[in-house]
Design a protein around this ligand. Structure first.
Ligand code: ATP
Ligand code: MG
Ligand code: MG
Ligand code: MG
Length: 576
């Protein structure tokens, strides 16, 4: 590819809404272009990376015995009504109507459609196991799309679905996919961890998330450095002993009595000055135990200030609220304020509270954003850049670094991750509700044992950049870089020798199968180098008159501090 033919559009500054480095760098490198909230154009430079990611995925899915098909983006609602997800899924599911007023959805995933295919096409146990996958556009109307394409509303996912005759066979399919995922993430050249995840209603231990390790990750992952134990925070907290910690709010839940403790008690406990405006404190949780303490691990502390008219009037009426303090469920608060369940609208959090929680930040922001996108005061560990300093910091973690690991093999460590893949044993959840059966060896109909396996194709780009960048730009792992090498001729328009040498090397590298770009734009060296450092091409070859006089060129890896001067004749083999 020649730069003059390709499309290159780099920026000096990232847009203000780009909070994380991957979003900033992808915008600056011209890889994506925003069209609407969580909706992006994949520009030519970014699309090349996406295609490489897809190529590796296709390769390894095929090695793992999965077969590719392509299911529609727009799907009839009937199938989704069969499983009940049309109603159950809530606002994340994009519903649309056609001209005849018939309901459709824009797929967030494809269990229904693939199960429909299976119940029609897979009739006998002899056709099993079967694993269908596609790489397709997804739409999820995320409450808070952010971080560029890491949490988009429209994004690309690889989703695979396995069909088996028995739970044992399904477990083998799961293992096969698990191994394929390891090969895929190894080939991407990313540092990742496969962590156990909750299987919810299905039970069993067959669900894992593949998490790319990154400081800015929305997920917390818990692992034991001296054993194989690794789990996402939700699962780790679910199995953690209920013992309260000495300091954090979990202890507060034990010390203070719901419905009895006063606002002043809470303030004293927290070491807060009891100001006039601090009228009420509500600890909100999604579940209460029989004693009225928050069950589970997520506790939201709401400070409702007296200067907020609505609160002053209404808080006093919260049942059991004495002098402004009690534990309440989110549902109770919703009901109290007369808003839709899950809405939590008019609470109007006016007091910023920093909550330290390893619980998914997304879960917390889901709650906070209920108020109003502008009024986003409550946040998890990603304390917003432009928010005022919190008046109060509360630690509500249930699992902390140094806790004994559940397998008794050491102590726990915590790191942050970005969920890039998820493998899940579904059992007969979908086959039963959709009556999808095959004939077993005895000729009797049996429900398919299913598994589903997702990879966030477009999210991989963001995750790779979070892990691989420096102050000059992106550092793509070679396997997914938009170009493997760039030839930078200096003074190509002036020097016939430079032009000839650049074009000869370009032809040689192309012939050798190297994905090479020749920068024939005639940019000044500084601007040219800055562009390719920003874009993150792994290898750069500089050809100049001065070098050619000595028969040499300069080759520099993106991570190297200095170029290596080498004979022109050796450059191709060095890069290839
Ligand atoms: P998250 O917890 O980040 O919301 P999820 O658990 O809802 O993700 P899955 O249903 O497991 O996502 O989908 C499979 C994969 O699709 C995820 O592991 C992730 O890599 C990717 N993915 C999910 N939501 C998005 C999104 N909004 N933007 C980009 N990729 C996404
Ligand atoms: Mg999600
Ligand atoms: Mg998730
Ligand atoms: Mg998931």
């Amino acid at each position: 590819m020649k730069a003059s033919q390709f499309f290159i559009s780099t920026l000096k500054e990232a847009p203000a809404d780009a909070e994380v480095v991957s979003h900033q760098l992808m915008m600056r490198a011209g890889m994506i272009k925003r069209l609407g909230a969580g909706i992006y154009n994949y520009m030519p430079m970014g699309l090349r990376v996406i295609r490489k990611v897809e190529g590796i995925i296709r390769d390894e899915m095929s090695r793992g015995g999965a077969v590719e098909l392509l299911m529609p983006i727009v799907q009839p609602a009937e199938l989704w009504q069969e499983t009940g997800r049309f109603d159950k899924m809530g606002p994340e599911l994009m519903r649309v109507k056609d001209r005849h007023d018939r309901d459709f959805i824009i797929q967030p995933t494809s269990e229904e459609v693939v199960t429909d295919i299976a119940r029609q096409e897979l009739r006998s146990y002899k056709q099993l196991p079967k694993n269908f996958y596609h790489i397709q556009t997804k739409f999820r109307d995320e409450r808070r799309p952010r971080f560029g394409i890491m949490r988009g509303r429209e994004f690309t996912m690889k989703d695979a679905y396995s069909f088996d005759r028995s739970p044992e066979a399904a477990a083998r399919s799961y293992e096969t996919m698990f191994a394929a995922y390891k090969r895929i993430f190894d080939r991407f050249g990313l540092t990742y961890r496969a962590v156990a995840a909750d299987t919810g209603a299905i039970g069993g231990d067959l669900s894992h998330e593949f998490q790319v390790i990154a400081q800015t990750g929305e997920d917390a992952i818990i692992y034991c450095p001296t054993s194989d134990y690794a789990a996402n925070i939700e699962l780790a907290e679910a199995v953690a002993p209920a013992a309260p910690r000495a300091e954090p709010t979990v202890a507060m839940a034990k010390t203070l009595t719901p419905g009895k403790s006063t606002c002043a008690d809470v303030a004293a406990f927290l070491g807060l000055p009891m100001t006039k405006s601090l009228k009420s404190l509500v600890l909100a949780t999604d579940r209460l135990d029989e004693q009225g303490n928050p069950a589970g691990s997520t506790v939201w502390l709401l400070l409702l200030r007296g200067d907020h008219e609505m609160n002053e009037v209404k808080v006093g009426k919260v049942p059991g609220l004495k002098d402004g303090f009690r534990f309440a469920t989110l549902a109770e608060i919703d009901a109290h304020f007369g808003c839709k369940p899950g809405y939590l609208g008019p609470i109007g959090l006016k007091q910023p509270v920093k909550i330290i929680a390893d619980r998914s930040v997304a879960a917390m922001s889901d709650f906070c954003c209920g108020a109003n996108e502008e009024d986003y005061h409550l946040t998890g560990v990603n304390w917003g850049r432009d928010l005022p300093e919190p008046d109060l910091v509360v630690d509500i973690r249930n699992v902390v670094e140094g806790d004994p690991s559940p397998d008794g093999q050491g102590v726990l460590a915590i790191e942050r991750g970005i969920e890039v893949g998820h493998v899940f044993y579904l059992g007969t959840k979908y086959s039963k509700t959709m009556n999808a059966t095959f004939l077993d060896e005895t000729g009797k109909p049996a429900f398919f044992e299913m598994g589903c396996y997702g990879i966030g194709v477009t999210r991989i780009l963001g995750a790779a950049i979070e892990q691989n960048h420096d102050e000059r730009g992106i550092i793509w792992p070679a396997s997914i870089a938009p170009f493997q090498a760039v030839i930078c001729p200096i003074g190509m328009d002036r020097s016939a020798e430079v032009k000839a040498a650049a074009e000869a090397l370009y032809a040689e590298l192309q012939a050798a199968g190297v994905d090479v770009l020749l920068d024939d734009r005639g940019e000044r060296p500084g601007a040219m180098f800055a562009d390719w450092e920003l874009v993150g091409v792994p290898q750069r070859i500089v050809i100049s008159d001065r070098g050619l006089k000595a028969g040499t060129v300069e080759v520099q890896g993106r991570r190297e501090a200095q170029a290596t001067v080498m004979p022109l004749a050796e450059a191709a083999s060095q890069v290839g």
